[in-house]
Design a protein around this ligand. Structure first.
Ligand SMILES: C[S@@+](CC[C@H](N)C(=O)[O-])C[C@H]1O[C@@H](n2cnc3c(N)ncnc32)[C@H](O)[C@@H]1O
Length: 134
């Protein structure tokens, strides 16, 4: 699986937060495109050195897009990528219905042998998520 990720060219990530993973994907890999969406604004203050880095040109970030918004995910995938996806990373809400909507929409766009990662799926089973205030 790691070998396959290492050869990835087109990456779609759900959940941008402060852009840490966007920077990591963009700078450590030779991607033709990294797309990140988030339900919040993605007007983030990236360092000038990062924004001017040649590999940052592969990055497209879209804010105010809920991961369950199938139509927007389809549109973004159509507009931003020139071929099938190599990797999808779902690091957004970690809620079943949202994750399922994204999966239904983006899994068919993976190339054969592509990788669909859902992060932190076990969160609800952690003790601090089980209390009445969770
Ligand atoms: C764990 S953070 C992402 C971290 C990022 N992938 C990284 O590693 O740097 C989760 C992000 O998902 C976003 N999010 C939560 N629910 C969402 C939803 N339903 N649709 C889209 N994004 C969502 C949050 O706003 C937050 O920025």
């Amino acid at each position: 699986m790691l070998q396959s990720i290492g050869k990835a060219s087109r990456v779609f990530e759900l959940g941008v937060w402060q852009g840490g993973s966007a920077a990591r994907w963009a700078l450590t890999m030779r991607l033709t495109r990294y797309v990140g969406i988030d339900c919040r604004s993605v007007d983030l203050l990236f360092a000038e050195s990062l924004r001017r880095h040649p590999r940052w040109g592969a990055v497209r970030l879209h804010g105010n897009i809920p991961q369950a918004d199938r139509e927007s995910l389809r549109r973004i995938a159509d507009e931003d990528f020139d071929g099938p996806l190599d990797v999808v990373v779902d690091d957004a809400s970690h809620m079943y219905a949202d994750s399922l909507a994204s999966f239904d929409t983006l899994f068919p766009r993976l190339r054969p042998g592509g990788i669909y990662l859902i992060e932190d799926w076990a969160w609800a089973h952690r003790p601090r998520s089980q209390g009445p205030d969770a």
